[in-house]
Design a protein around this ligand. Structure first.
Ligand code: WTA
Length: 671
């Protein structure tokens, strides 16, 4: 069944006037794709009326709507009294009730007689004869025992409610188990992506006063072993609040263990009875902190709490992924990011789904790793990122053609806008033109998906995240906070509280208020620009602030600048994003230096310096030396100009406020 209902001709191919990225693409996109009748007939939400009913109820009677949702979809040890206590910008949800996210994700299924269902299918990276060397399948009943054992181990290490536990781990089931074990006892997990540097780990440990660190000896990535424990040791030398380090054996490498501080997982966790019950916790008990980049150099510890977040993750998972009992669902994210939190752990597990989890990378041992996994495990739902899709296109169709992808019925995208060319390839090549694509827009702060097609009913337009989910009330405003007309676009805000919303920035109330709630009083400022078309479809047009999106990962340009100027030979640095076919945005750095020679070696050293300071994901793609940076009379670096220079574009706009035009001329000479 062809699904394109309007023109799909090459003349309609979206084109970017200046090759500068996806904004121009999306503005001219007018193709529309309908779900197949077969998909719609079985969908969880299968009629437009059903969506309208849910959206209207959630908008007009949120208390009634969310009361029913929470009562039906979470387990309550004690019932809540108040649905939402909203004192802008502070919301408390399901006040007075007691629940537990670990219970909802694990025990609830065992209690309902579904303990034999597969919860997690995992495979590690090393392969032999076309099969992964390390494979594990955990039923919900087994997961319950593992989580309880880990919770018992944590307790033995002195961890209790309110303590912060930092996790720096490989993508193994133990990462999910450790997260759920924290949730079980009311400890707050802070997962740190295993690509961050020792300095970044220490910064996060100190900001959150972490008491325990969980890590492993190492992890496998692209055929190499990354020595996690060594990095952690370096971090712990500067993390005075951390009392113990629990170490999982993954690679079997010899690692330095510090007597009295470091203990092995197999000693502390494996020997436990595995009987500890989930602790009834107040709805607003902090569940986790997750650090993300904002517009300043210091990462923000986004705080999510128990009941509201759990409900949002579960319901958005069920709505957007149209989850059915028999599905094998695979989200390819890492648990170090919010996508892994909400759509590998809390959402799918509370929905009782069978989730695939993998260690490694999409191009190792070969570029067909994903398609090999899809075929072997008969994956039905695949949720991945545009940067991966663009890489697959580059690697060539032959890697896809080798595999049977007929099990797939639904595809998802997250992390950045998906450009229409990538969308079309995903649709045709991976989805066989039969799978709806859900382009999901959301943020670490929102806890779960905010805008997305509902796959059974929403006709999709490549490049648009389409419409808000029930309970999400978006509004697009101008500079001074007035609603704008749909053609123009402006700042995207959310006008009404929703259960999954962030509750704060850990330890920084002032920044929380200033960052999200000051521009437009009472409305949550997302930091993204968006426009809404005449069909009510939203198009995300990138960030308002100095946040860049590199392969779907958020980075603040100021963070990278701070790392650069911490090098003794650098005086000043300005960092901007430039369009990149694969990563979405690449990192371009402009630096002024002391009199050291501007050699290739120096350039390399600076790139490695940033890698060491923040992590590999922040390493600049370009480093350009310059005599001076272009600044306005008030001394502000003219990033707009640098963005143009970095992208190789003709300089446009007003440059009359430039303090030193020669600086700009110099930069252009170096192009
Ligand atoms: C961007 C990731 C366009 C956006 C879940 C947002 C997107 C930031 C999309 C959040 C999408 C994420 N279309 N842009 N479908 N998804 N973004 O916190 O700029 O890592 O503000 O959360 O990524 O990134 P974060």
């Amino acid at each position: 069944m062809p699904t394109a209902s309007s023109s799909d001709s090459s003349s309609n191919q979206p084109a970017s006037a200046d090759g500068s990225g996806s904004i121009d693409h999306v503005l001219v996109e007018d193709r529309l794709f309908h779900p197949t009748a077969e998909f719609t007939s079985k969908a969880v939400i299968s009629t437009e009326e059903q969506y309208q009913q849910l959206a209207t109820a959630a908008r007009d009677n949120p208390d009634e709507f969310w009361r029913a949702e929470a009562e039906e979809h979470l387990h309550w040890f004690e019932p809540f009294q108040t649905v939402c206590d909203w004192q802008p910008p502070h919301a408390k949800w399901f006040v007075g009730g007691k629940t537990n996210a670990s219970y909802n994700c694990v025990d609830a299924h065992v209690a309902a007689g579904r303990g034999d269902r597969t919860a997690i299918i995992w495979e590690g990276e090393p392969m032999e004869n076309g099969q992964p060397v390390d494979q594990r399948t955990l039923t919900y009943a087994e997961l319950q025992t593992e989580v309880a054992k880990c919770a018992e181990g944590l307790t033995q290490l002195g961890i209790g409610q309110g303590d912060v536990v930092s996790l720096y781990m490989p993508m193994t089931p133990e990462l999910a188990i450790a997260m759920l074990a924290c949730a079980r006892i009311g400890a707050i997990h802070s997962v740190i992506f295993a690509g961050f540097s020792a300095a970044s780990i220490a910064e996060r440990n100190n900001d959150a006063s972490a008491k325990l660190m969980i890590t492993s000896d190492g992890l496998y990535r692209r055929g190499k072993i990354l020595p996690l424990k060594e990095t952690v040791n370096e971090a712990l030398a500067n993390s005075p609040t951390v009392e113990h380090c629990l170490v999982l054996r993954r690679t079997g490498e010899d690692v330095p263990m510090m007597e009295g501080r470091d203990v092995w997982w197999h000693d502390v966790v494996d020997s436990q009875p595995g009987e500890m019950a989930a602790k009834p916790l107040d709805s607003e008990t902090p569940l986790f902190i997750l650090y993300t980049s904002g517009s300043t150099g210091k990462p923000k510890g986004i705080l999510h709490t128990t009941a509201g977040y759990n409900l949002w993750a579960k319901r958005t998972f069920q709505w957007v992924f149209d989850h059915r009992e028999e599905d094998v669902y695979w989200c390819t994210a890492d648990c170090g990011w919010i996508t892994g939190h909400s759509y590998i752990v809390y959402g799918p597990l509370s929905a009782g789904a069978t989730c695939l989890m993998y260690e490694g990378a999409p191009n190792f041992p070969a570029e067909d790793r994903f398609w090999d996994i899809v075929e072997r495990h008969k994956v039905n739902i695949l949720y991945t990122a545009p940067t991966a899709v663009r890489a697959f296109i580059k690697w060539g169709d032959q890697h896809v053609d080798k595999h049977d992808l007929s099990s797939l019925r639904l595809l998802g995208s997250v992390g950045e806008g998906i450009n229409p060319e990538a969308w079309m390839w995903y649709h045709k090549k991976i989805g066989g033109e039969r799978c709806p694509i859900v382009d999901t827009w959301w943020q670490t702060e929102t806890g779960g998906i905010m805008m997305s097609p509902l796959p059974g009913i929403t006709p999709t337009k490549p490049g648009s995240c389409t419409r808000p989910l029930p309970g999400v009330v978006p509004t697009v405003v101008d500079e001074v906070g007035n609603p704008v007309d749909s053609e123009h676009g402006g700042k995207l805000c959310i006008a009404q509280p929703w259960p999954g919303m962030l509750r704060g920035i850990y330890g920084d109330e002032e920044r929380f208020v200033q960052q999200y709630w000051s521009d437009v009083p009472g409305k949550y400022l997302t930091g993204d620009n968006a426009r809404c078309d005449t069909d009510g479809y939203y198009w995300i047009m990138g960030r308002i602030d100095d946040v860049i999106n590199v392969s779907g990962h958020r980075l603040s340009t100021i963070e990278v600048e701070s790392a650069l100027v911490s090098h003794p030979d650098v005086c000043e640095a300005a960092v901007v994003g430039r369009p990149d076919d694969c990563k979405g945005q690449a990192i371009a750095a402009f630096v002024t230096t002391n009199d050291r020679e501007h050699s290739e070696e120096f350039r390399k050293e600076l790139r490695l310096h940033v890698r060491k300071e923040i992590g590999a994901l922040a390493q600049p793609d370009d480093v350009r030396f310059t005599a001076a940076l272009p600044k306005t009379r008030s001394g502000k670096i003219m990033r707009r100009l640098l963005r143009d220079v970095a992208a190789g574009r003709e300089l446009k706009g007003d440059t009359s406020t430039l303090e030193d035009l020669s600086a700009l001329a110099k930069l252009r000479e170096e192009d």
